[in-house]
Design a protein around this ligand. Structure first.
Ligand code: SF4
Ligand code: SF4
Length: 459
């Protein structure tokens, strides 16, 4: 049995006061000046510890408050209120919601799984990955001593393709082309977010994180000089156009045309592996098939940051991954290619859900920036000052925050695999039978009832 893979995390404090969901509003007007004010009864001593952060001009009360509502309920004149912070509500967008952003901050800070209390208060279905539920039937009979015990759950995956069958020569030995694989200990690769200005400090920190995690960081060929030399084997330079392959790397990513033969590209490059990047557009399944038949053994499919097709926001990456996987299965060449997906991987649950839909691994991109306290305000795109001074983030802190985030996601992957009774992440690929899809359940349950026409009365 190989050594157990563990991601070692350690707290990495926030550099700035985080934006919290709710704030305290305490009116002074009408105060009765009670002998024992409810503010003095706060068990967390929030009002006593309250202060002003002069750098950010932020009142610390919102961060110190634990939301017990004791003071809100106890004030006889109802002068104390809790309200949703408008700054919090304005963060991100519909997909990268304030809740997702604040949970990424928490995981990057602590390396721990966020716990929201008993029960699940959210909706049970929604678009994209939210319309999927995994089969947790094994949760009632977990392994002898839990997912971190003696029974091994492997999250390792291979990058590269294998032959459909072994060939033997007359001497009885295995013959045929050499099978070349790169194995990484978890199905997560890191990637520089597109269309964002990233400072050399951050590239350096991300590269160190990729090395510590034993995975790869896909980074622009021009930007990779910022990474320490020792991290080079863990970099995947992105070669757009005819850029020469940098020395010392094991795999490169290219947009090289799938119509040409993959081998003609490989022969001109030092890297042993080439990852072909294809946009997730309509007809992606045919393009992936063509690329796999042309000899590309690692294919990266890039969806939009909001988890949809790039040319059609109405189609979700979940459906795109399923179509690609089933196309390769029907063609009988699924094992000859590794599929990595990117875009919209915003939560830990998106990793196992992508695998169940048919991906081998995922690229995490925008979440790497959010781990560094990014608020997704977009000010950097407009050349305005960053509220969290992103370019001043020290590389060791960057590396720690990213390792913490991926460590928390890795633990959540183990939880899901343990609950599903799956001991190997490679076995999870395409296991759609172990998941339920809202669209399919809706169809099979209600299609016999027919369609209700607009304006038609139901008796
Ligand atoms: S809501 Fe609770 S924790 Fe927050 S300030 Fe009031 S008493 Fe303290
Ligand atoms: S300005 Fe800073 S916080 Fe805002 S999106 Fe850019 S990096 Fe993130």
């Amino acid at each position: 049995m190989p050594a157990k893979y563990l991601v070692h995390t350690s707290p990495a404090a926030n550099r700035f006061e985080p934006i919290t969901k709710s704030g305290i509003i305490a009116w002074e007007e009408g105060c009765l000046k009670c002998a024992v004010c409810v503010k003095k009864r706060c068990v967390y001593k929030v009002y006593e510890k309250r202060g002003l952060n002069p750098r950010q001009m932020i009142d610390s009360i919102d961060n110190l408050c634990m939301n017990c509502l004791r003071c809100v309920q106890g004030c006889p004149r109802e002068l104390i209120h809790k309200s949703i912070s408008p700054e919090y509500a304005a963060m991100g967008d519909d997909y990268w919601s304030p809740d997702i952003i604040s949970k990424i901050w928490y995981q990057a800070q602590t390396g721990k799984i966020p716990v929201s209390g008993a029960g699940y208060p959210g909706p049970f279905s929604g678009p994209g990955f939210d319309s999927m539920w995994t089969d947790m039937s094994e949760i009632v009979r977990p392994t002898r001593d839990g997912i971190h015990g003696r029974e091994y759950i492997s999250t390792a995956v291979d990058l590269g393709g294998t032959e459909g069958a072994l060939c033997f020569g007359e001497d009885g030995l295995v013959s045929g082309p050499e099978i070349r694989l790169l194995d990484i200990p978890l199905p997560i690769l890191l990637r520089m977010p597109v269309s964002r200005k990233i400072s050399p400090n951050i590239i350096s920190g991300w590269a160190v994180a990729a090395k510590r995690l034993g995975t790869f960081l896909a980074v622009g060929a021009e930007e990779m000089v910022a990474a320490p030399e020792s991290c080079r084997p863990f970099l995947m330079p992105i070669l757009d156009g005819e850029v020469a392959c940098p020395e010392g790397v094991r795999v490169v990513e290219s947009t090289f045309s799938a119509e040409k033969d993959a081998n003609s590209f490989k022969s001109g490059n030092d890297a042993r592996f080439v990852c072909l990047r294809l946009p997730m557009n309509t007809g992606i399944e045919e393009r992936v098939l063509a690329a796999a038949r042309a000899g590309f053994s690692i294919i990266h499919i890039e969806a939009s940051p909001n988890g949809s097709f790039l040319d059609d926001p109405g189609k979700t990456m979940k459906d795109g991954i399923r179509a690609v996987h089933l196309g390769l299965v029907e063609a009988g060449i699924r094992d000859s290619v590794t599929i990595i997906v990117s875009g919209g991987i915003a939560m830990a649950e998106h990793v196992p859900k992508s695998l169940i839909c048919g991906a081998d691994a995922v690229f995490v991109d925008l979440a790497l920036l959010v781990a560094l306290e990014c608020r997704l305000c977009g000010r950097c795109d407009m050349d305005l000052p960053c509220p969290v001074e992103m370019d001043k983030a020290p590389p060791p802190w960057v590396a720690k925050r990213v390792v913490n985030l991926i460590g928390a996601w890795h633990n959540q992957l183990l939880e899901i695999m343990g609950a599903m009774g799956i001991r190997d992440a490679r076995r999870m690929r395409g296991e759609a039978g172990r998941a339920m899809f809202f669209e399919e359940l809706d169809k099979s349950t209600f299609q016999d009832l027919g369609r209700r026409e607009e304006g038609c009365e139901i008796e």
